[in-house]
Design a protein around this ligand. Structure first.
Ligand code: AMP
Length: 436
């Protein structure tokens, strides 16, 4: 199927051609015709599959098909969990909509209210928002969602993981019942299905990538390490390799990200940290610096695990393994973007053996171990336990990573707290809007 066969409007086709896209990706080929036919959709697709265009193109088509005269509020609302994703979706709408007259706006936490009030006053056709700030503006009577025709929930599973369920419900109640709802999630777990049952009407279900297998273009490598000193020496060696163009290095905590970035910087590398404790303006600056190549090494927490789309990232390095297995797939998906190849390197010490087993069970394969001469581990990992886990429970395609993740109320509270920090959704904080 070609883009022309999807029956998209000429200015949209012109934009996809200008992007150099020859064919729709599988999620686009399945989702776009259904969305254009007006159906509700529930689609499971990871970032990197082209899912943004799968909802942005039909949304732009709707805008192209005719404005409904003078309006009080947006016709398309896209909810997304983080500020970075909101910015990326905004960029995609600018790219795909560059031959269309439309006004877009971004409403995210951590930015001044005055700018956001101004951008809402300009009556955007398409609004991209994180849930916390949107509810905040709704409570202040600054936004009217009564004219929303298309409601998109992007990364719905992530929004629920981050504790946004009440905000999502409140926002859904404020958009008209007679609307089209497009829900995208990396995995369709029970919580997402329950949400979909409440919000969607006879949705068409689209499943892309039923297995959890990572992108084929990404070469995965495992380095066994003895301790933190060994990790640091190995990292220093790897980042000294000139074939590494740009890398995202994932660490377990915000403090570790800061410390590691500082150390790499002191070693003469262009390195910076990215995590949820940073102000939004600093996060934006860091991502821009990465995009334009001023930063070669980005040391990040899982705030960068999803959605971040920077073409030059040749390597992902898991300095610390993620706690949840599906985050491994998200993290390594930051390289190998849009058909390019990439290398994903993971360090694992004996104490991370359980995490490693979970990841291997989730992706249904053992990570191939590599030994760099001079960096041999003193002790091998307990391979028997890894192989046993893999063999005893073959990958069912079901996520095993978050088993028990919704356990204790304290844990849920922490998740909510974390989510507010990640999206800047805390009430009363200042922040800015963006119209384009
Ligand atoms: P996404 O999954 O939306 O984050 O998209 C991942 C990457 O795929 C982005 O860099 C897009 O520009 C690119 N992309 C989206 N659709 C296509 C397509 N049909 N052909 C080639 N690249 C695409």
């Amino acid at each position: 199927m070609t883009f022309a066969e999807l029956l998209l409007a000429p200015p949209i086709l012109k934009a996809t051609t200008a992007c150099g896209y020859s064919l729709p990706t599988p999620v686009q080929a399945k989702a776009i015709p259904e969305a254009l036919a007006g159906h509700d959709l529930i689609a499971s697709a990871q970032t990197g599959t082209g899912k943004t265009a799968a909802f942005v193109l039909p949304a732009l088509q709707r805008l192209w098909e005719g404005a409904s005269g003078s309006r009080k509020g947006p016709r398309v609302l896209v909810l997304t969990p983080t500020r970075e994703l909101a910015d990326q979706i905004a960029q995609a709408t600018r790219t795909y909509g560059k031959f269309l007259p439309f006004k877009g706006a971004v409403i995210v936490g951590g930015m001044p209210y005055t700018e956001q009030f101004k951008s809402l006053a300009r009556k955007p056709d398409l609004l991209i928002a994180t849930p916390g700030r949107l509810v905040d503006l709704m409570d202040r009577g600054r936004i009217d969602l009564a004219e929303v025709e298309i409601f998109v929930l992007d990364e719905a599973d992530r929004m629920l993981d981050m504790g946004f369920i009440d905000d999502v419900r409140k926002i859904s109640a404020a958009v008209p019942k007679k609307r089209q709802t497009l829900l995208f999630a990396a995995t369709l777990g029970r919580q997402v299905i329950t949400l979909a049952e409440r919000l969607l009407k006879q949705p068409v279900r689209i499943q892309i990538d039923a297995t959890q297998a990572p992108n084929q273009h990404i070469e995965q490598r495992l380095h066994v390490v003895d301790d933190i000193q060994h990790k640091n020496r190995m990292l220093q060696h790897l980042v000294g390799d000139r074939s590494l163009k740009q890398a995202i290095i994932f660490s377990a905590t915000r403090r570790d990200a800061d410390n590691l970035a500082r150390r790499l910087h002191a070693q003469g590398h262009s390195a910076a940290a990215l995590h949820g404790d940073m102000k939004q303006s600093a996060r934006n600056r860091t991502i821009n610096n990465l995009r334009c190549g001023r930063i070669r090494l980005l040391v990040a927490t899982d705030v960068a695990a999803r959605g971040l789309d920077v073409a030059g990232v040749s390597h992902v390095i898991n300095f610390d393994l993620p706690k949840f297995a599906e985050d491994y797939v998200h993290r390594i998906g930051r390289t190998g973007r849009a058909g390019a190849s990439g290398i994903a390197i993971s360090f694992a010490s004996q104490s991370e053996c359980a995490c490693l087993s979970r990841i291997e069970r989730y992706i249904g394969q053992c990570l191939p171990q590599q030994i760099i001469p001079g960096f041999e581990p003193k002790r091998p990992l307990s391979v028997a336990s890894r192989t046993k886990t893999l063999n005893s429970k073959p990958s069912t395609g079901k996520p095993v990573g978050r088993v028990g993740a919704k356990s204790s109320p304290a844990k849920q509270k922490r998740a909510v707290h974390k989510s507010k920090a990640a999206t800047g959704g805390t009430r009363g904080k200042t922040g800015s809007g963006q119209i384009y």
